[in-house]
Design a protein around this ligand. Structure first.
Ligand SMILES: Nc1ncnc2c1ncn2[C@@H]1O[C@H](COP(=O)(O)OP(=O)(O)O)[C@@H](O)[C@H]1O
Ligand SMILES: CC(=O)OP(=O)(O)O
Ligand SMILES: [Mg+2]
Length: 398
């Protein structure tokens, strides 16, 4: 069964084509830096032991344009992996916000699309592009089943004391205002990998997903019990362009004293803050270059970024009453050894002790980068949201 998975993030599209139930993909790829200078596509086709990599650069304005270029790569030329669009049985879509409606894989109908649309304002960087990718896929693969897998689903196990805000009941009961949590597919995948690796079903894990969006989840015995993102994917950690936690008084102040409108506020906190707002770029690789040149704004940006993660490690150690393992994953978590080292520095009181050499040598796969005597394991685990999505789609029919 051919399942194409489309994972549209705020600044990228990742995709993989699986011949399920086989875990390794037929092809995979990445459209990066969508809407910012230096956009590129990297498309890899796996032919037995051989891997053919096609790279294409040139500005890509939006997700629809990026996806159309990907669809062309799948079916044209000598490296085509499908003969016709009808070869795809199902398309699995990552959808970021599912509100309270969706807790499992969901066949996409006009009603489901309407629900995704209703949540646009709560996930303005994501649900609109997720829906756009669904529409492009429906047009292109008209015979395929379209399935949505929601980032919010894994967090349905969070208890009320963690998912409710301390505001009057009616805002929860009538308007659904609560913590939903995001990156659930990634937190689920990496925590399951860790539980397998540690061979420890009863476990206290802190999963740290550092991509363009960033979030942490406290996971007890495989279940999410708290997470840093909330009603929308804006709270918690410092991110590429999002501020993370901010006192709502700042919002009142900007409205009252600077005349900010709703859309200006949304743009400020969603698109102009985080690494971009403080350090000058949303991309950690650019920030690292600036840091190496001694740029003070960039240095401050990574300090804020690391400090916030550290603070939540402390909070979740308390929530879980101990930690067996912390997991680093996603673009920054997997690739930025200096960030991992900064986060884990001076946490020996909590039993977190990194093997600096092992951290520096990390080059892929699941790896324990803690010292032998560290009470807490520090694991780097590459996320694979696409495989997790393909598996959940496959389970719908098998
Ligand atoms: N080698 C690297 N060093 C530091 N950061 C990196 C590296 N490679 C990728 N990243 C960062 O990872 C982030 C993107 O992560 P990713 O998980 O792909 O995000 P998303 O899925 O939200 O688009 C960017 O900030 C990028 O700079
Ligand atoms: C939910 C979220 O922030 O996703 P991403 O990291 O892909 O932007
Ligand atoms: Mg992502």
């Amino acid at each position: 069964m051919n399942i194409l998975v489309i994972n549209s993030g705020s600044s990228s599209i990742k995709y993989q084509l699986f011949k399920m139930p086989v875990k390794s993909p037929v092809c995979s790829g990445l459209v990066e830096r969508i809407g910012i200078e230096g956009s590129f596509i990297k498309h890899s086709v796996y032919k037995g032991e051989e891997k053919v990599v096609l790279e294409k650069s040139g500005f890509i304005l939006d997700h629809a344009e990026g996806l159309k270029q990907v669809l062309f790569l799948l079916s044209e030329g000598e490296n085509a992996v499908i003969a016709s669009p009808d070869d795809i049985a199902a398309v699995g879509h990552r959808v970021v916000h599912g509100g309270e409606h969706f807790s499992g894989p969901t066949l996409i109908t006009p009603e489901v699309k309407e629900e995704i649309r209703k949540l646009f304002s709560l996930a303005p960087l994501h649900n609109p592009v997720n829906l756009k990718c669904i529409e492009v896929a429906e047009e292109t693969f008209s015979q395929a089943k379209q399935v949505a897998i929601f980032d919010t689903a894994f967090h349905q196990t969070i208890p009320q004391q963690a998912f409710r805000y301390a505001i009057p009941d009616q805002y929860y009961n009538k308007e659904g205002i609560r913590v939903y949590g995001f990156h659930g597919t990634s937190h689920k995948y990496v925590s399951e990998q860790a539980i397998q690796y540690l061979d420890k079903k009863e476990s206290k894990i802190i999963s740290i997903h550092l991509g363009n969006g960033c979030s942490m989840t406290a996971i007890k015995d495989g279940k999410s019990v708290d997470t840093t993102m909330g009603f929308g994917p804006l709270s918690g950690l410092v991110m590429g362009t999002r501020s993370g936690d901010i006192d709502p008084s700042v919002i009142f102040h900007l409205i009252e004293h600077s005349g900010y409108s709703l859309s200006q506020l949304s743009t400020l906190f969603n698109k102009q803050s985080g690494l971009l707002g403080v350090g000058g770029s949303s991309d950690m690789r650019d920030i690292r270059k600036l840091v190496n040149e001694g740029n003070e704004a960039a240095i401050l940006a990574i300090q804020l970024y690391a400090y916030r993660i550290k603070k939540f490690i402390g909070a979740y150690a308390a929530v879980l009453n101990g930690i067996d393992a912390i997991l680093f994953t996603a673009g920054v978590g997997e690739n930025d050894k200096d960030m991992r080292a900064a986060v884990c520095s001076e946490l020996s009181y909590l039993g977190i002790e990194m093997d600096i050499q092992s951290n520096s040598d990390y080059s892929g796969g699941i790896k324990d980068i803690s010292l032998d005597n560290s009470k807490v394991k520090i694991l780097v685990i590459p996320t694979n949201e696409e495989y997790e999505i393909a598996q959940q789609c496959y389970n719908l029919w098998n």
